[in-house]
Write a protein that binds this ligand. Structure first.
Ligand SMILES: [Ca+2]
Ligand SMILES: [Ca+2]
Ligand SMILES: [Ca+2]
Length: 151
């Protein structure tokens, strides 16, 4: 009995997270397939490296629908859903991880810390493999948010 209550409480406490971060896709695409698409889209010239310019072209170019060079949470979630077919809740979970500055916008200031997080071999560049590892971690491990800054 006590155990059952404890379990219920645990589910209650963690209820918010898992609903948000368990991968769900309206076209039933597996996480691996989605990640493959995202990485292929980001590596515009196909050299297996994601230069800062490519990331900017990819993200600002595709996701900024009103042309102010900022990507709002709303723009990101709608576009990610349209492009990759993940459910909006999951797209929102991805957004929260990409929004390193925690200001509800994606911009240049988010890409600097992101690059540092993704660059596993510390060569100053993000390879397609490193980007894949980062995304796979998010898609499969329900990574909790750990923003340093709280705006
Ligand atoms: Ca490239
Ligand atoms: Ca931000
Ligand atoms: Ca690297």
């Amino acid at each position: 009995m006590f155990l059952a209550i404890t379990l219920l409480l645990a589910v209650g406490v963690y209820g918010q997270g898992p609903q948000h971060c368990i991968h769900s896709n309206v076209d039933s695409l597996a996480a691996d397939n989605v990640i493959e698409k995202v990485v292929a889209d980001a590596d515009i010239n196909g050299d297996h490296e994601l230069s800062p310019l490519e990331v900017i072209i990819e993200f600002i170019g595709k996701f900024d629908t009103n042309g102010d060079s900022m990507i709002t949470r709303r723009e990101f979630v709608a576009k990610w859903h349209a492009l990759y077919r993940d459910v909006p809740d999951f797209a929102d979970y991805i957004f929260q991880h990409l929004d390193q500055t925690n200001d509800d916008f994606l911009g240049l200031f988010d890409f600097v810390p992101l690059q540092a997080i993704m660059d596993l071999d510390h060569d100053g560049k993000v390879s397609d493999v490193e980007f894949t590892i980062y995304l796979t971690h998010l898609y499969q491990d329900c990574v909790p948010f750990s923003h340093q800054n709280t705006a």
